[in-house]
Design a protein around this ligand. Structure first.
Ligand code: AMP
Length: 537
């Protein structure tokens, strides 16, 4: 057989040659819509690669981006990786200190920034890395003065050659770099290879995963700075699917309008986005989908109520997936298999709260505190470990991190149960489980049950000190506007649903809960805020 390295550049080359009729729609921060095609994108990526070479960007050097889901951002994806440099996507919603830390840790040589994010960049002006040689502004804006040259994207690529001889790189060479959200400690970099990226995309498009095909119109709502938008900028062109890149306007009305106008058939994002969209749809019976798109949801626990609402009221099927930055991100999906093929929709709906099973290419194991495999009985908890073709073997710049075991597995920090069908269900993060008298209580289970109370908008369960049991669960609740449930009413929701000793010892009502830059409950911050609270005092 022939042997060709698995390279990121081959994906765009394929789409440009064989899917010339697919559309690329891009919305910028001001709401302006640009229409293009894969061949046109390939031309601009080639021009950009020439420009980067002219600027002296060499193989292995990091090219950072602070951008939304837009076509220019995707051109940087392909130009940087394609020429052998490393695309480094940075989350603009992080705190300035974290962004400065990440840019310096990565030692980026070029930085592409969306025009709408320039004010944020200026706040970092003094802390840009020494290694930085140029800042490129994507979109229209007056160019600011910085220590390094600042140039507009269109000026940069204008007049460059429209073809680039994409080099035959070693497929194990780095193609992209992404930092974990860093809810505790410093963010850590994960370096993807060309090989892992291509294999991950090939797995993502499969029927039991994203089920993408040339006729799909894919709208990644998950940001391109969050684990490469779950691989969609690679998976979509690999199949020839059209792409709709929605920019930063992710409010329900804007997303719904794009789905309708562009005929979106597939979208992906975190539960917060879809919860918002469901609420918006329900507010007016006239709000429907002409053709309901399929949704992939992951990133945090997905309440069954959301899946049920979309499926039953709007005909929108939801696929529940689990993943993490360290694993590119796809680890498991919850789709049917032989054992549950005959279940009714209702039965499978209840089951869809689980994160599911691994697809080919990754393997999972779950070990208890003593390092023994747990029983697959849906009850025993253990830490989920993972290995596979798109799983990190270490962190960038950080040799010997304890997340990686001597026998080649990565500890995910997620605590899960496994059922007889091999489906995992995340019950907590290892650092967030409540350790009550030596027994573990799942904070996530308690949060999901609390969310089923009609007056609860947001809920978090954290450990609070208890003189006898060490830790006991404390439930923090944001009430829905206009409601005034008391603690007893909220706690009654647990009756008959969890063991008595799981029921939180107290409920505190708060106006808001701290969220991380990726929209997840920020438990570390809550624990800090409530560290002096004790059930004993
Ligand atoms: P990140 O690297 O920022 O994508 O975060 C990865 C973490 O998000 C995982 O280790 C899980 O704790 C959490 N996560 C991802 N997907 C899910 C899911 N479907 N259900 C519950 N938690 C999830």
């Amino acid at each position: 057989m022939q042997e060709h390295p698995l390279l990121v550049s081959s994906i765009l080359t394929h789409a440009a040659k064989h899917h010339r009729g697919s559309k690329l729609v891009s919305v910028d921060a001001a709401g302006a819509v640009t229409r293009s095609t894969y061949p046109a994108m390939a031309v601009r990526a080639a021009q950009l690669a020439h420009a980067l070479a002219r600027l002296g960007v060499r193989r292995g050097e990091r090219v950072a981006t602070l951008g939304w889901n837009t076509a220019p951002h995707m051109e940087v994806y392909y130009a940087a990786s394609g020429m052998g440099a490393v695309l480094h996507t940075v989350n603009p919603r992080l705190f300035p200190d974290q962004i400065a830390y990440i840019l310096n840790d990565a030692a980026d040589v070029a930085l592409f920034v969306d025009a709408s994010l320039l004010p944020g960049l200026m706040a970092l002006a003094e802390r840009l890395p020494e290694t930085l040689r140029v800042v490129v502004v994507m979109g229209e804006a007056p160019l600011p003065a910085l220590r390094v040259p600042v140039v507009g994207y269109e000026t940069l690529i204008a007049g460059e050659d429209t073809e680039y001889p994409w080099p035959l790189l070693d497929e194990r060479a780095a193609s992209a770099l992404c930092y974990t959200s860093g809810t505790t400690g410093e963010p850590k970099g994960v370096l993807y290879s060309h090989r892992s990226t291509v294999l991950h995309a090939m797995a993502a498009v499969q029927p039991d995963v994203f089920a993408l095909r040339a006729l799909d119109v894919v709208m990644p709502v998950v940001p391109m700075f969050h684990v490469n938008a779950w691989g969609l900028p690679y998976a979509a062109p690999m199949t020839g699917a059209s792409l709709v890149l929605p920019g930063p306007r992710l409010d329900p009305a804007s997303l719904h309008a794009l789905v309708e106008a562009e005929g979106v058939t597939f979208s992906a994002g975190v539960p917060t986005i879809w919860t918002g969209l469901l609420g918006w749809l329900r507010a007016d019976p006239a709000r429907r989908f002409t053709a309901p798109p399929r949704l992939v949801v992951g990133g945090t626990a997905l309440p069954v109520a959301i899946t049920a609402g979309f499926q039953k009221e709007y005909g929108v099927p939801i696929l529940h997936a689990w993943g993490m930055t360290e694993i590119s991100p796809l680890g498991s999906v919850n789709t049917r298999k032989a054992e549950n093929a005959h279940w009714s929709d209702e039965e499978f709906l209840a089951y869809s709260r689980k994160q599911g099973r691994p697809q080919f290419g990754v393997d999972l194991r779950v070990l208890d505190a003593a390092g023994a495999p747990i029983a697959e009985d849906d009850l025993a908890f253990g830490e989920l470990q993972v290995q596979g073709h798109w799983v990190a073997s270490g962190y960038f710049n950080r040799p010997g991190d304890e997340a990686f075991t001597a026998d080649g597995w990565m500890k995910t920090g997620d605590v899960v149960t496994v059922d007889a069908l091999g489906s995992i269900e995340i019950v907590d993060r290892a650092k967030d489980v409540i350790k009550s008298g030596g027994e573990w209580i799942s904070s996530i289970t308690l949060e999901n049950l609390a969310l089923a109370h009609p007056d609860v908008q947001l809920a978090a369960v954290i450990p609070a000190h208890h003189p006898k049991w060490d830790e006991r669960p404390l439930l923090l609740v944001v009430r829905k506007p206009g409601t005034t449930p008391d603690a007893a009413s909220i706690l009654s929701i647990y009756e008959g649903k969890v063991a008595k000793w799981w029921v939180p010892d107290g409920v505190e009502f708060v106006d808001s809960l701290p969220l991380t830059a990726t929209g997840k409950l920020w438990k570390a911050e809550m624990k800090k805020q409530w560290k002096d609270f004790s059930f004993g005092s």
